[in-house]
Design a protein around this ligand. Structure first.
Ligand code: ZN
Ligand code: ZN
Length: 237
């Protein structure tokens, strides 16, 4: 039975899912964006160029250390999170957020084991290990792989809201906002010329009515739209 998206409460979520295709796609896009944003943050903390050698008469230090925004250090620092409620106090660091959610998902994800009599036992898989060590990129890849599982739970709305807040804090410092690309064909649902895609997101969304298209669906739709234009009387040469 399909119901409304627990994130926007307007669009319909597919059977067994608590999020509409637009918001599921947005989550995947954000998990792709997060490692890129984190690298930009890390660049603020890295030494800004090597001290020039020899010119300063052997004092050793050519530049005073660049002061780093405390908000950057807080985002890259240690911390702890208890999903799904988590912190809504806007201070949780990136790794703590990822680690907290991966741990929560792993704990609720049913692992089926069989004992020596062949009886199946369902228990939570206690720990989450990303494939390439606990980096921001590997945690994001791990969470992306578990999105289909996460979408089947109402706490997907908490995860979405918290990731939205976290990325807003980071973008505020990096000033790197994903670009929007406009598409030429009108929306098949409301006919407005408002279809657009955002960097890192797979699908195309109408900015007027929120209708969501997969890229292949858009290709078919725009081909039909073009055929329609060319078939209009008086247009042919
Ligand atoms: Zn939605
Ligand atoms: Zn539309």
């Amino acid at each position: 039975m399909s119901s409304s998206c627990s994130i926007c409460t307007i669009r319909t979520a597919p059977d067994g899912s608590y999020a509409c295709p637009l918001h599921a796609d947005e989550l995947r896009g954000w998990l792709t964006e997060l490692p890129r944003q984190a690298r930009l943050l890390e660049a603020f903390v890295a030494p800004a160029g090597r001290p020039t050698q020899g010119r300063a008469g052997g004092t050793g230090l050519a530049h005073a250390p660049v002061p780093v925004d405390l908000r950057v250090l807080a985002l890259l620092g240690p911390g702890h999170l208890d999903p799904p409620a988590g912190h809504d106090d806007d201070t949780v660091p990136i790794l703590a957020w990822l680690d907290g959610w991966a741990g929560y998902i792993a704990y609720t994800y049913p692992a089926v084991t069989r004992d020596r009599h062949g009886t199946a036992h369902i228990q939570p898989c206690e720990q989450a290990w990303p494939a390439h060590g606990a980096t921001i990129a590997s945690w994001c890849a791990w969470l992306t792989a578990y999105i289909p599982y996460a979408l089947a739970h109402p706490w997907i709305a908490d995860l979405h809201r918290q990731l939205d807040t976290l990325l807003a804090r980071i973008r505020d410092l990096t000033h790197a906002t994903p670009h929007r690309h406009d598409y030429a064909a009108p929306c098949p649902a409301c006919q407005a010329f408002a279809l657009a895609a955002v960097d890192g997101q797979h699908g195309i969304t109408c900015q007027a009515c929120g209708h969501h298209l997969e890229p292949a669906q858009y290709d078919q739709h725009s081909a039909r739209f073009l055929e329609g234009l060319q078939a209009k009387p008086g247009r042919a040469a």
